[in-house]
Design a protein around this ligand. Structure first.
Ligand code: F6R
Length: 233
């Protein structure tokens, strides 16, 4: 695990972009992408750059269940608005949150991940150590599945909705096992609210109570943190 503490999130995102470019140059054309506030700067870097994304494939980590792609709170909308509208990819996959047949969504997404093995996975981290929507207690070998979101995650994500009551209760997510198959994982962590989770991820025991701690056992992980997120390391 390579841990790089950067001056601020802008510097960290710049470095993440350089690492991504290096992977792409080396033939890595399948990107695993995250939503949330953490990767926004990185997506801005991509948008501002002259990187040609038309031969790249993206696979997103997760999507809420029951929110249409046209809803600004959906992860479909987020990706479209923050990246794909400006930089169209060759193919982009996001779990279908409007399909309530979980078995069908799961089967399809696991097949997508098999057909398109991820070269570089971008991750944020939850305040409880979650990656994707893999909440504490999720099995390390889990594949795509439907989750019931925890109160902590609903409260953390309520800032994007009118109230916590409007945050969907369920989501589809790639599993921890799916994430671990990526050749290179870049985890970004910004702000003091991530400090405890980041310390547990890097210095704590490998435990399903801190889903991101599994990354200690991956051969090629880069963690980019700002000073605040790194303040408890
Ligand atoms: C989003 C995702 C989540 C977020 C995490 C951090 O696709 O998979 O695990 O990365 O909840 O969210 P932010 O970046 O909003 O702090």
């Amino acid at each position: 695990m390579k841990v790089l503490v950067m001056k601020n999130k802008e510097e960290a995102s710049k470095r993440a972009f350089e690492l991504l470019l290096a992977d792409i140059k080396n033939g890595g054309h399948i990107l695993g992408l995250a939503t949330g506030s953490t990767p926004l700067d990185l997506y801005q870097q991509i948008v501002k750059s002259d990187l040609d994304c038309s031969k790249l494939i993206s696979i997103n980590l997760d999507e809420y269940v029951g929110i249409a792609p046209t809803n600004p709170q959906s992860y479909h909308y987020f990706m479209q608005h923050n990246l794909f509208d400006q930089k169209p990819f060759m193919k982009s996959f996001i779990p279908d949150g409007m399909n309530f047949n979980a078995a069908e969504v799961i089967k399809h997404y696991n097949q997508v991940l098999k057909n398109y093995p991820i070269d570089t996975q971008i991750l944020g981290i939850g305040t409880n150590g979650h990656i994707g929507f893999n909440e504490p207690g999720t099995a390390f070998d889990s594949q795509t599945h439907q989750v019931k979101l925890t109160t902590a995650t609903i409260e953390a994500n309520a800032r994007f909705f009118a109230s916590a009551a409007e945050v969907p209760q369920k989501a589809y997510t790639m599993g921890i096992g799916s994430i671990m198959k990526a050749k290179h994982i870049i985890l970004l962590a910004f702000g003091k609210q991530k400090a405890a989770a980041l310390t547990a991820t890097i210095n704590g025991p490998l435990t399903t109570e801190v889903p991101a701690s599994i990354l200690q056992s991956h051969p090629n992980v880069t963690i980019l943190a700002d000073q605040a997120a790194a303040s408890k390391l």
